[in-house]
Design a protein around this ligand. Structure first.
Ligand code: XUL
Ligand code: CO
Length: 447
């Protein structure tokens, strides 16, 4: 156990969360997530690679634009900001161990207080990274990814890598350099770039082309630095269409791919797809996963959910079996997430102020993903949908359809075919309602 938790538990009334199966009445138990259950020679724990987001779980206080925080934690006291941060981290690792999450994720400023100067901030960070290293060792919890907070401090109000002031860009570079150092120090398996305030509010004061060029140059410099320190983790872009800026440059996966290809970065990046970012972009979660998978760029998942009626990033825990099953079908079909995982970038609702709420939230999220994983495996094993899709495109498997796919037939040849042989195509049903009913069979467990 972590050093300080030998003497003190921050969650004395809450036991380590165990799998008790679907029939249990115990709210502090897993119904579907049995970490030791084996699938294809790998435990469910290894398949899911669940991760806790430090910023929500341990820095979130329930504040919103209309009022301050509501959530008060017992560990938030101490003689100075660094010692409070250490105690908070003890509580965090006790939570990771009790919920059974094998990974965590953080922004530099989540774990250590920002100082008056960059040198002071780096010093604070070093102190907390040393502490995290001890706690990782004691609990076996690993770092899924690290990142830099380039959006909270007022210096970043007009962006970081895309700031109109070169001084701010330099500061952002220095901060990312350090964040990459500490991610490597803690064995981070990925490094994430979410666009923060990389975007704009009005073109009256913005040179869009120049800002995008700067973002390209910044990411190249990050790659060069990673190479120079021997960082082997995967680089991930996390798209989001809006919020905080009106127009974020990494709008969605498709625009992210176009950006990466434009700046010759596509070989070095994959995507960290967040459910609520997908829906804010007007896409389904599954759509974003499929677009990334089609490009061989599916990296990791920020697991959460938005609200159908609200147009902002509500970052709720997702318990929607249908949405997650469809997402898991696409993820499993793509061969999984590799070094990625499912990171709960999700926060408690403002009135959810009890310590137990933090457990209920993550138990629900983990169970929902585990159930979706199992349902998706049944769907893929049966192959009903796969077969339907294959049949739908069967005309491209041979003959002129195959020749067209191979680029062997041009417009003239295709015209000749229609005029001389094919005539009018015979309409074929898309069978959507039939397929939705079959999906319902899987979701309700009736097949
Ligand atoms: C913001 C968001 C971030 C990233 C990491 O919407 O999702 O927390 O995941 O910077
Ligand atoms: Co996120």
């Amino acid at each position: 156990m972590p050093r300080s938790s030998k003497s003190k538990s921050w969650f004395p009334k809450i036991p380590a969360i165990a799998y008790e199966g679907a029939g249990t009445k115990n709210p502090l138990a897993f119904r579907h997530y049995n970490p030791d259950e084996m699938f294809d020679g790998k435990s469910l724990k290894e398949h899911m690679r669940f991760s806790i987001a430090y910023w929500h779980a341990f820095r979130g206080v329930g504040s919103d634009p209309f009022g301050p925080g509501t959530i008060v934690r017992p560990w938030e006291s101490g003689k100075d900001a660094v010692s409070v941060a250490k105690t908070r981290m003890d509580a965090a690792f006790e939570f990771f161990a009790k919920i059974g999450a094998p990974f965590w994720c953080f922004h530099d400023r989540d774990i250590a207080p920002e100082g008056k100067t960059l040198a002071q901030s780096n010093k604070n960070l070093d102190a907390l990274v040393a502490h995290a290293k001890d706690l990782q060792k004691a609990t076996g919890v690993k770092l899924l990814w690290g990142t830099a907070n380039l959006f909270s401090n007022p210096r970043f109000m007009c962006g970081a890598a895309t700031n109109p002031d070169a001084h701010v860009v330099a500061y952002a570079a220095a901060q990312v350099k350090k964040a990459m150092d500490v991610t490597q120090e803690l064995g981070g398996e990925n490094y994430v770039f979410w666009g923060g305030r990389e975007g704009y509010e009005t073109l009256l004061n913005t040179n869009l082309k120049r800002e995008q060029d700067h973002l390209g140059a910044f990411l190249h410099a990050a790659l060069d630095y990673a190479k120079s320190i021997g960082f082997k983790g995967q680089f991930l872009i996390e798209p989001k269409p809006k919020e905080p800026t009106k127009h974020q440059y990494d709008f969605d996966v498709a625009s992210g791919i176009a950006f990466l290809r434009t700046y010759k970065l596509e070989k070095y990046f994959k995507f960290n797809i967040e459910t609520n970012h997908a829906t804010l972009a007007g896409h389904t979660f599954q759509h974003e996963i499929e677009v990334a998978a089609a490009a061989g760029m599916l990296g990791s998942i920020d697991a959460n959910a938005g609200d159908l009626l609200l147009g902002w990033d509500t970052d709720q825990f997702c318990t929607d079996h249908r949405e997650l099953t469809l997402a898991m079908v696409s993820i499993l079909r793509a061969g999984g997430l590799g070094t990625g995982g499912f990171n709960f970038d999700a926060k408690l609702r403002r009135p959810s102020i009890d310590l137990e709420d933090l457990f209920h939230a993550h138990i629900g999220g983990m169970d929902a993903y585990a159930l979706a994983f199992k349902t998706a495996r049944r769907i893929l094993a049966d192959g009903l949908f796969e077969k339907n899709v294959a049949d739908r495109y069967a005309s491209f498997d041979s003959g002129y359809g195959k020749d067209f796919e191979k680029g062997k037939l041009g417009f003239k040849e295709l015209e000749k075919l229609v005029l001389t042989q094919l005539g009018e195509p015979k309409p074929q049903s898309g069978r959507q309602e039939y397929l939705e009913n079959r999906l319902a069979d899987y979701l309700t467990g009736s097949v």
